[in-house]
Design a protein around this ligand. Structure first.
Ligand code: FRU
Length: 521
């Protein structure tokens, strides 16, 4: 269903002028709309899904993204493009790669997800100087919306990503399958070679290919059919991460998109911890229970930036803050969908094994504005909360967000953290949207720490220094908010009918809150 495109494709292609498709010169009235995130990236108008080819090059972070230049639902997939100097303030540029027709066959090729690498030694021979940007993406061939085949293609840019040329000998990798997609390419220094990881979605398989010139690829290994296979696999990525609490040690992580921890009705992301030997990935424990990247409903297709300078050394992931189950219906206009805040990744040794830890990139703290002290009267719900509670086993916490008649609850008690968006505002656009997410969360040294980012229609929670994360959309009726923080078990829902159990204990809570400045001013 997702891959059906509106029938009027040809007509639309003909009638849309370049300037209408180019949101680079968006009028300044954009970014003030109801629900519009103020510090999360979203295109000025039109539909977006996966982030594509995030890469750092010559002082700029580039973000490409699955984009429909002609509408606000999925279709005509192309690569939108934005650049930033700090991962937060983005400037949208003209669409980088657009869907193109093949007049001879009547087929059309959409530009599906993929990667951008910096070809530093002109290994491809496509650079005009000794380095240039190379995009490797899935060429999705369809006729009238019916998918025919998927193969991998290459495009190159010699002007810092401002204009792109498709390689004339495309495709560069074709195994004659209908579904074969989402190449992630990176440079593997020990073997001095390029590596590509991509999926055969319906076989729950990641394949690895290697190349010396980005154009000729040979199969080097396969990984799959383990973990959560309840829904097709998409958008793999593979990277090495330091273990925070084991100095000098690191491990490889393979992450990919598929089923949600709450079941295959929704999409989500899982990951494996293991080793990569230059040819293939092996999980440390192939029988481990699935590990998930985020427990909210709105974090998908996450992928890490290529070419972050060595001196910086971070691994930074950005994800799509939406879910395929209801994504095409969320009540926003004239754009639909945003990206998560970029997250710095690491690993941490825990009682349950080595697990992913995520925190918002440090640049975000530069956006902190006024400290919020009057919680009864918050003018603008783009904010950040830092909360620490002493958990002596009998305490809990409720953060109650009130926007007019709507209420959203973030609650912690008895080693569980939950977000309840069932009464959060507009939940009517899709019957699957209203939901409560719950995750296990144990105190560390008797403390629970929460960092909560609230941005108009997106809530991202990082718990215990990023050991757990939840990204959720919600659509409250107004931008103004009242916030109530309560300790004990009182607020939602009262667990006990004994009134003395329901004492509002604030003595064990430390709270700081800041307004977050808009990045779109
Ligand atoms: C994931 C995905 C990818 C594909 C793209 C198409 O959300 O389905 O597998 O390349 O979206 O838009």
């Amino acid at each position: 269903m997702k891959y059906l495109i509106p029938g009027l494709f040809v007509l639309l292609m003909a009638s849309c002028s370049k300037s209408e498709t180019n949101s680079g010169d968006a009028p300044i009235t954009y970014y003030h709309e109801k629900y519009r995130p103020q510090f999360h990236f979203s295109p000025a108008k039109g539909w977006t899904n996966d982030p594509n080819g995030p890469v750092y090059f010559n002082g700029e972070y580039h973000l490409f993204f699955q984009y429909n230049p002609y509408g606000d639902t999925w279709g005509h997939m192309s690569w939108g493009h934005a650049v930033s100097k700090d991962l937060l303030h983005w400037e949208e540029l003209p669409v980088a790669l657009t869907e193109y027709p093949d007049p001879a066959t009547g087929d059309s090729t959409m530009i599906f997800s993929g990667t951008v690498v910096i070809d530093k030694n002109n290994s491809s021979g496509l650079c005009q100087s000794n380095e240039c940007m190379i995009a490797i993406y899935t060429s999705h061939v369809h006729k009238g919306g019916e998918g025919k085949t998927q193969h991998q293609s290459l495009a190159y840019s010699n002007d810092k990503g401002r204009t792109w040329k498709r390689y004339e000998k495309n495709p560069i990798l074709d195994i004659q399958r209908k579904d074969f997609r989402d190449p992630k390419v990176f440079w593997y220094e020990p073997n001095k070679s390029w590596i590509m990881a991509l999926v055969i979605p319906d076989l729950f398989k990641v394949q690895f290919y290697k190349s010396s010139n980005l154009k000729d690829w040979s199969l080097s290994g396969e990984f799959g059919n383990i973990g959560d296979t309840l829904r097709i696999w998409e958008c793999p990525d593979i990277y090495q991460l330091p273990i925070d609490n084991e100095s000098g040690k690191s491990k490889w992580v393979l992450s990919l998109s598929g089923s949600h921890p709450a079941g295959p009705k929704f999409v989500g992301m899982q990951y494996f911890v293991g080793e990569f030997d230059g040819a293939t990935f092996k999980a440390d424990d192939p029988r481990q229970k699935p590990l998930y990247v985020d427990y909210g409903k709105d974090f998908y297709a996450g992928i890490v930036f290529n070419n972050i300078p060595k001196e910086d050394g971070r691994t930074i992931m950005i994800g799509w803050a939406n879910n395929w189950t209801y994504g095409n219906q969320i009540p926003t206009s004239p754009w639909r969908s945003a990206m998560s805040v970029p997250r710095e990744l690491s690993l941490r040794k825990t009682a349950e094994g080595i697990q992913l830890a995520q925190r918002p990139v440090r640049e975000l703290s530069m956006l902190r504005g006024k400290e919020i002290t009057d919680f009864e009267n918050i003018e603008n719900n783009s904010m950040e909360l830092e909360i620490e509670i002493e958990d002596d086993g009998s305490t809990g916490l409720s953060i109650v967000l009130k926007n007019d008649s709507a209420t959203t609850y973030i609650s912690y008690r008895a080693n569980e953290l939950s977000v309840d968006r069932t009464t959060s505002g507009d939940v009517s656009f899709n019957k699957e949207f209203a939901s409560i997410e719950t995750i296990k969360l144990k105190p560390i040294d008797n403390k629970i720490k929460l960092r909560v980012l609230i941005d108009q229609s997106i809530i991202e929670i990082f718990a215990n220094d990023g050991e757990q994360s939840i990204c959720e959309q919600y659509f409250p009726p107004s931008g103004k908010m009242k916030l109530k923080i309560a300790g004990g078990w009182t607020i939602y829902p009262p667990l006990s009918t004994n009134p003395t159990d329901n004492i509002d204990r604030l003595d064990n809570i430390k709270l700081k809150a800041w307004e977050i400045k808009s990045t779109w001013q």
